[in-house]
Design a protein around this ligand. Structure first.
Ligand SMILES: NC(=O)c1ccc[n+]([C@@H]2O[C@H](COP(=O)([O-])OP(=O)(O)OC[C@H]3O[C@@H](n4cnc5c(N)ncnc54)[C@H](OP(=O)(O)O)[C@@H]3O)[C@@H](O)[C@H]2O)c1
Length: 360
């Protein structure tokens, strides 16, 4: 995966504009990548330098012993601006990024390119944290997971909610003071007003509400209800060819999920988990959770309030770094099996809507 701008490595390129302001916490992360460092330092490479890559980099300032070592995206100016803002070397090609001395690659490009970058990085001996959706379909994800297995590297989909303090506190609370087995998950989010040229609406880049937003809800369903058995879907495609609204009912090992995701109606949602002895509301936006209310059938009400720091992506990143340090190849909180179940749900929903992407 070379690039016409390849100058043979990762170094400042002439003519790049620096457009980003240095955050005080990011400044310390911009020192030379070749200085003395503790053995447990995780050196990150970043492919794609857009919105989520910046949020990842801001969060990294809250992760101990981790820093940006190098970055690359196809356009030179944003690559340089990212390096100016968050540290590390701007690379001139993806191959140069892989060879830059990084330990792990964070994939922050649009989703049609995730599988290719993930497989190449795993084959290069790197650990991979890949933005959601990990791939655009199950067949691609199986190939990525196989590459992780063959190369004995860590791969994880960057599905942020389970790593937030609130989500972990909720899990622990329900073990100590249970509501019973969750049998219904209801969750949804719909964000209108997305410009037609946004990647979320791009057919070429495999956008659409299901892969952009619905994948979070599919995570919630699989996380609380187990493996999926059946998915029923209603929805619509918009003028760019991708789904702009979908409503799913899915049957899982332990119960039923009612999910919606959209790019044309306004409905930022909370999430509901129902069990025999109580129910939980994870307040909106449940995918960046900080508050939950547990109502027990005996009348007790428990409020959980766990603010998050660093923008929220830092928790999954810290977890990933710890997995590297302890030699683990799969996350116990976000294992491959969950990603496979989630993308299988998305595949089934897209099939029901008649939405196929290039090459499918
Ligand atoms: N976890 C979350 O909270 C969250 C939130 C938003 C988005 N996301 C996910 O993050 C990913 C990126 O979303 P975004 O909002 O950051 O998009 P974005 O702002 O459009 O940024 C995408 C970046 O990827 C680069 N890029 C695109 N295609 C590429 C390719 N083939 N090779 C190399 N670089 C490429 C673009 O720069 P060049 O054009 O210069 O290459 C740009 O820097 C998506 O998968 C999205 O679903 C996650």
């Amino acid at each position: 995966m070379g690039d016409v701008r390849d100058n043979g490595g990762c170094s400042p390129l002439p003519g790049f504009e620096a457009t980003m302001t240095l955050a005080p916490s990011a400044v310390s992360a911009t020192s030379s990548s070749h200085d003395t460092r503790p053995d447990d330092l995780v050196r990150w490479g970043v492919v794609g330098t857009g919105r989520i890559a910046r949020r990842f980099a801001q969060g990294l300032a809250h992760v101990p012993h981790a820093r940006i070592h190098a970055s690359w995206s196809r356009r030179a100016a944003p690559t340089q601006a990212f390096a100016d803002g968050f540290g590390g070397e701007p690379c001139a090609s993806f191959d140069a990024l892989l060879a830059s001395g990084i330990d792990a690659l964070y994939i922050a490009t649009v989703q049609d390119s995730h599988a290719g970058y993930a497989i190449a990085a795993l084959q290069a001996g790197l650990h991979v944290l890949c933005e959601k959706p990990a791939t655009i379909n199950r067949e691609q994800l199986e190939r990525v997971i196989e590459a992780a297995r063959v190369n004995d590297r860590l791969f994880m989909e960057a599905m942020k909610p389970p790593f937030y303090p609130l989500y972990r506190k909720l899990r622990a609370h329900l073990v100590a003071d249970p509501i019973g087995t969750v049998g219904l998950v209801r969750a949804g989010c719909s964000v209108p007003g997305v410009p037609d040229d946004h990647p979320s609406l791009s057919f070429e880049h495999a956008g659409g509400a299901l892969l952009d937003i619905g994948i979070y809800e599919m995570f919630l369903a699989v996380d609380w209800l187990g493996d999926v058995r059946e998915v029923q879907t209603l929805g619509r495609l918009g003028k760019t060819g991708v789904d702009t609204f979908a409503s799913l009912n899915s049957q899982h090992e332990q119960g039923i999920a009612q999910l919606f995701c959209g790019l044309d109606l306004h409905g930022k949602g909370d999430a509901l988990l129902m069990a025999g002895a109580g129910h939980v509301t994870i307040h909106e936006p449940w995918w960046n959770p900080s508050r939950a209310t547990i109502r027990y059938a005996d009348g007790r009400v428990v409020e959980l309030d766990e603010p998050f720091e660093g923008g929220g992506l830092n928790y999954e990143t810290a977890h990933f770094c710890e997995l590297i340090r302890t030699g683990q190849k799969e996350s116990p909180l976000m294992p491959h099996s969950k990603s496979l179940q989630m993308i299988a749900m998305a595949d089934a929903a897209r099939q029901a809507l008649g939405l196929k992407f290039a090459g499918e």
